[in-house]
Design a protein around this ligand. Structure first.
Ligand code: GLC
Length: 487
């Protein structure tokens, strides 16, 4: 086959526009696919924040029909980072010129279903403007999920082999709307119903994508298993079981150039992966100083870099902090924002114990890096975690992760308890404060045993999650999706 052509369809792409991990993946996986010889490009709405980017405008706009209305889109492009990977933007002021991707201060945009249909259908029609025809439409999450359905609707008229792949980054976000919103899509009524977009009487965009995609992926093998159960399926487990033969988990990699402790200007002293002790010591001291913590060497410092909401399970930590602060000699550096109750609780701990706890409410990329580099342990008690990138950054920067045994956390952390030579962290099972307390106790024991602690840290820093392996699996998935068309 000649060079495979892949079009990513996504509402976010780092570093141009992002709210989280989805953007990071869409912004970094294409580089790895390109290295393997694929022609990969990305299409994304022209959000207000992207308007200031230098872009090349294409002479031909595209127009699509959704229900009774016609929408037209300007098409422009820019390059991803310093690569020559093209990112296409679909410009439509009434739909995308907003101060936010999904929401603003007043909440979610009312017309998000329409915006998702518009992005998805325009992505299918993009080839009319750019004179380039994808073999694979690779849709990411609920906002792009309808791409798979629009492709099926159009497939009979296309005179080439073409297929869709849908990647689920987080099943919690499904894009749930009403039947009236479905009517805006202009899709035939046969696309509604149990084998289409309908779920419990409502419009569910992710479910429509799950039913219509040729192949499905999610971002870790463990999460791929978990989401077929009622505990993790978020109500969509039956659809996922139905599609199980076409669903695989591919562990996300990280951008190893952007997250390189040997070459990171945000941290005080570069860390040498093979002999990190000196650098770690300096980074810890600098972090203690920056955050006003006691400058002591032999007290373990626990880092948190997270959004503060239910999924991330930091309420478990809040539950045991009073006891830890009273009975154990340890320090905490917390960076995050989210639910006001959690923000306030962490703030309060910092106020009451300023030399032991530092809380920075907000987001600061540089501080995040200094926490990864300066902490001894990294806490990630997520209730569920499709993949998780932070534990991978922490590992690389020599902060030993302590995480719940779920999703990508289970796939990236080999517990000390397993006695494996590759042990690089701690895992706990039950989402309960007591279980987190127990595993933190185990980390305190490890900290007392210098040799074991240093070995675990070295293993952590040598754990490798480059995109290379994942890229190979995506390529196999694309081929698999196209094969299906031969039947
Ligand atoms: C979502 C998930 C996270 C995953 C990321 C990228 O943000 O919650 O676990 O790492 O997507 O796939």
């Amino acid at each position: 086959m000649s060079q495979m052509k892949i079009l990513f369809v996504s509402p976010e792409v780092s570093p141009l526009v992002r709210t989280g991990g989805l953007g990071d993946v869409v912004g970094s996986l294409p580089h790895a696919l390109k290295k393997e010889g694929l022609d990969v490009r990305i299409v994304c709405p022209l959000h207000q924040s992207c308007m200031r980017l230098t872009r090349a405008l294409y002479p031909k706009p595209i127009s699509i029909r959704l229900g009774k209305k016609t929408y037209s889109f300007s098409v422009s492009s820019t390059k991803l980072g310093d690569s020559d990977i093209l990112v296409y933007f679909l410009g439509n002021d009434s739909l995308f010129d907003r101060n936010g991707i999904y929401s603003n201060e007043s909440g979610n945009f009312q017309d998000n279903a329409l915006r998702a249909f518009a992005l998805s259908k325009a992505a299918i029609e993009l080839e009319k403007s750019i004179n380039w025809q994808p073999d694979i439409f690779h849709a990411h999450d609920w906002m792009a999920a309808p791409t798979c359905a629009f492709l099926n609707q159009k497939k009979k008229r296309l005179k080439r082999k073409v297929a869709s792949v849908l990647t689920i980054h987080n099943l919690e976000h499904q894009g749930i709307f009403s039947y009236d919103d479905f009517k805006d899509s202009g899709l035939p009524l046969s696309y509604w119903g149990i084998d289409g977009f309908e779920h419990n009487g409502a419009l569910n965009l992710l479910k429509g994508g799950i039913q219509h995609a040729d192949k499905l992926t999610t971002v870790s093998p463990t999460y791929a298993d978990e989401i077929k159960t009622t505990s993790f399926g978020q109500g969509l487990e039956k659809s996922l079981i139905y599609r199980a033969a076409d669903l695989i988990g591919i562990l996300n990699g990280i951008d190893e150039d952007a997250w390189d402790p040997e070459n990171d200007d945000a941290i005080l002293q570069k860390l040498t992966i093979d002999s990190p002790s000196k650098g770690k010591k300096a980074c810890k001291q600098a972090l203690q100083e920056e955050l006003g913590l006691n400058k002591v060497e032999n007290v373990p410092l626990y880092g948190v870099v997270s959004r503060l909401y239910q999924q991330k399970g930091l309420d478990l930590l809040l539950g045991i902090m009073p006891d830890l602060l009273l009975k154990k000699n340890c320090q905490f550096a917390i960076l995050g924002s989210g639910a006001p109750e959690e923000e306030n609780a962490f703030r309060q701990f910092a106020e009451n114990h300023p030399t032991q706890v530092a809380s920075y409410i907000g987001f600061d990329d540089g501080l995040a890096r200094r926490i990864f580099a300066g902490s001894d342990f990294f806490l990630m008690p997520s209730r569920f975690e499709p993949c998780g990138l932070s534990q991978q950054y922490a590992l690389r920067y020599g902060s030993i992760p302590i995480a719940r045994k779920t999703g990508g956390l289970a796939d990236t952390i080999t517990p000390v308890e397993s006695k494996s030579k590759l042990a690089n962290g701690f895992l706990f099972d039950r989402s309960h404060p007591q279980n987190l307390a127990e595993v933190i106790n185990k980390s305190l024991v490890l900290y007392q045993d210098q040799t074991a602690f240093f070995n675990t840290r070295k293993n952590a820093m040598h754990s490798s999650f480059s995109w290379g392996a994942a890229a190979q699996q995506y390529i196999n998935t694309y081929k698999w999706a196209l094969e299906k068309k031969d039947q």
